[in-house]
Design a binder for this molecule. Structure first.
Ligand code: 5GP
Ligand code: ZN
Length: 106
């Protein structure tokens, strides 16, 4: 998706520090953090919203949660919030599915 900011970050067209990367997803810090720790867990596949999920995408979305667990252990976070905004009316601004991982622990 040429006009998608997260695809550009994944393709390294926009420089960004990846905290984690594997075959299915990347993790980087939110540019405008609302918590002391505010990460974005983003699938490499361009899925615009949860409402656009296709067969097999449940594996990808599940992987994002597993990735959050991994990051939580790595960062030593005792707790955090995971949030997916869905659609314009759900507060979504970037139309490439992502999980917000937010914590006031650092
Ligand atoms: P949404 O409202 O779509 O769930 O959240 C989009 C998030 O992406 C926002 O919290 C916003 O700060 C973040 N964001 C938007 N553009 C960029 C960017 O270019 N780099 C990073 N790191 N975060 C971004
Ligand atoms: Zn995208």
């Amino acid at each position: 998706m040429s006009d998608c900011v997260f695809c550009k970050i994944i393709e390294k067209e926009i420089p960004s520090e990846f905290l984690y990367e594997d075959d299915l997803c990347i993790v980087f810090k939110d540019i405008n953090p609302k918590f002391d720790t505010h990460l974005l867990i983003v699938p490499k596949k361009h899925i615009p919203t949860v409402m656009d999920m296709e067969d097999g995408d449940d594996k990808i979305i599940g992987h994002l949660i597993a990735c959050a667990k991994k990051m939580g252990i790595e960062l030593g976070l005792p707790g955090y919030q995971l949030q997916i905004n869905v659609g314009k009316d759900g507060g979504q601004e970037v139309f490439h599915v992502h999980v917000h991982m937010m914590s006031n622990f650092v």
